[in-house]
Design a binder for this molecule. Sequence first.
Ligand code: C2E
Ligand code: MG
Ligand code: MG
Ligand code: MG
Length: 284
Amino acid sequence: EAKRRGAGRVSLASAALIASADRQVHLEGQLREALAKDGLTLHFQPVVGVDGTVQTAEALVRWPHPDRGLLAPDAFLPVAEQGDMMRELDRWVLRTALREASTWPVPNGKPVAVAVNLSGLVPGDPDFVDAVSNAVAESGIAWDRVVLELVETALVDLPCKTMQQMDILVEKGVRFAVDDFGTGYSSLARLKDLPAQIIKVDRRFVSGVGNDPSDFAVARAVVDMARAMGRSCVAEGVETATQFHVLHGVGVDAYQGWLFSRPVPPREFRAVLALGPLHVPRAG
Ligand code: C2E
Ligand code: MG
Ligand code: MG
Ligand code: MG
């Protein structure tokens, strides 16, 4: 069909493809520039204990795009991935988040930890230990204030050398967290093989704990297993008081979600910290 219409013609479908490929290349170039020129920004979302004390803040990357407004990670991380920029992006986030954490007030005597998501710069990368160590040194924060979040797939079946890299950092006080636990392919039994001190139960199960018996069962099983193995358990995406009460009932250690705070810009986060513990809904 295309042939019959002649070689000089471009079908509508391929014109659309070319246009979208063009846009993609353009976006990729803009992202490369933003990354090189500090054009990205971080928001921080508190992770609180049962008493509302902020224990940790997760750094979440945003891109204030010149004509599209503030872009969420879903809108540009795939572009970073495509353009082979994920490693560099992780490096930037790591450095920037730790530096920011060095400016946080300490109203309760215990400095708040900072959690960074890693997907390009991961254990196994020859530069992993140095990159983390340099970021810690540059920021001047204590090692035990650093949490590195990785998805399950980055933590299963790691070669010995990779585990040794992680051990070097763990011995200094760094903690690793399995992000989005329950969405990967590994079974509950494999939790014991995951080299992480913290388990983050995915929002998918958290959202149903108050009304869906199978979500409740999954959440309870994960928490029981995590506790039995000496890991600490964080629930992500906690939006309602009901979810909080149910999760508290099964023994979740810490909570993150809109019920407590949305991710907020650095200045606002410092103000949140200065106010002391966040409000926790009363039982009943
Ligand atoms: P994540 O690490 O699981 O981060 C939690 C996501 O849930 C964030 O989305 C956060 O804004 C959102 N969230 C928090 N509380 C609630 C809630 O109560 N309800 C709902 N519906 N959502 C909530 P965000 O910021 O859009 O980030 C999406 C994902 O992008 C992150 O998921 C993480 O996998 C990735 N990401 C974000 N920042 C970075 C980064 O700096 N580096 C890397 N490598 N990945 C990042
Ligand atoms: Mg995360
Ligand atoms: Mg998560
Ligand atoms: Mg998640």
